[in-house]
Design a protein around this ligand. Structure first.
Ligand SMILES: C[S@@+](CC[C@H](N)C(=O)[O-])C[C@H]1O[C@@H](n2cnc3c(N)ncnc32)[C@H](O)[C@@H]1O
Length: 289
């Protein structure tokens, strides 16, 4: 997990580097930013249905989504606590939209700001929740500042992906103490096949979430979960992963994706009825979409 210091400092000193990895695939990274942005844009465009919306982009980073949304006529407020990231945002806005545009940028930690109540049609936070201490803060922000019926769109690191194997024998291997040995054997095959060492886990990385956690936080704050989309499929090789992109709208993609996007909707009365809450697994209703 990122320590408090690391969380704040990383994007203050690595803004350009992060943007190049996430959007240009530099350093052999998967361009996760491109895919997240594409999916978020599609969700918002469908929701807008030709209307223009008021949108808050929390942790707007280098401003790519702000610009895309503003180009579609939406009024966008981006906030970020990295001055470096906001400088990149300003440059991009200037290059793509010029001086007169419908984007407002704010510098600072969104958790210590107050936002207008019942004001936004959409609040979006891509790649942010993993860095914040109190995950609830995003949901309370949505509860207070979304208009009734408004959308909260969040992308998370997917904790379910840590348990990717779908074999029915996996519990036996874990309880029998063989899991580590088998994982090593699998990784050796990966290295032999791809001629690359298996990637090392970074010392510091953002926190991960599960879909059920997001559903539960939503419910506590009067937000109904509408959908999940898997982002960044992992299937050993780029070619195999690319084939899985066609399943990104299916909840099945939650199994093999290291990132997911969840879309929640603020209910008109701020309450979720018993029927909507459902029983059993939180994914049931979404698995049949
Ligand atoms: C992984 S980057 C994602 C940037 C952008 N959303 C995108 O997808 O391109 C995360 C951004 O969130 C910002 N951030 C993290 N915690 C924040 C907070 N509490 N308040 C405001 N910004 C925050 C960071 O400074 C960083 O720019």
């Amino acid at each position: 997990m990122y320590g408090e210091m690391m969380r704040e400092e990383y994007f203050k000193t690595n803004a350009k580097d992060w943007m190049e990895g996430a959007y240009e695939g530099k350093r052999n990274l998967y361009p996760v930013g491109v895919h997240r942005l594409r999916i978020a844009k599609d969700i918002i465009t469908e929701y807008a249905d030709g209307k223009t919306l008021k949108i808050l982009d929390v942790g707007c980073g280098g401003g790519k989504l702000c610009v895309e949304l503003a180009k579609r006529g939406h009024t966008v407020h981006g906030i970020d606590q990295s001055y470096q990231m906001l400088t990149l945002s300003r440059q991009l806005i200037h290059e793509q939209l010029g001086k007169s545009n419908n984007i407002k940028l704010s510098y600072g930690n969104f958790e210590s700001r107050t936002f207008k109540k019942n004001h936004y049609d959409v609040i979006v936070a891509l790649g942010v929740i993993g860095y914040i201490k109190d995950k609830k803060s995003l949901f309370t922000l949505a509860k207070q500042s979304l208009k009734p019926g408004g959308l909260l769109i969040i992308s998370c690191r997917n904790r379910l992906f840590n348990m990717f194997p779908t074999s029915i024998y996996i519990e036996d291997e874990i309880s029998g103490g063989n899991a580590n040995h088998l994982i090593r054997e699998i990784r050796n095959i990966y290295s032999l096949y791809t001629k690359k060492p298996f990637p090392k886990k970074p010392k510091e990385s953002p926190s991960q979430q599960t879909p059920d956690e997001m559903i539960a936080l939503g419910k506590e704050n009067g937000l109904e979960t509408l959908s999940f989309r898997g982002v960044h499929p992992h299937f050993f090789t780029k070619e195999l992963s690319a084939r899985l992109l066609e399943y990104e709208d299916s909840p099945l993609s939650l199994i093999w994706s290291s990132v997911f996007i969840v879309t929640l909707k603020k209910t008109t009365d701020g309450l979720i009825t018993k029927r909507k809450q459902g029983g059993g697994s939180c994914h049931e209703s979404h698995l049949h979409n």
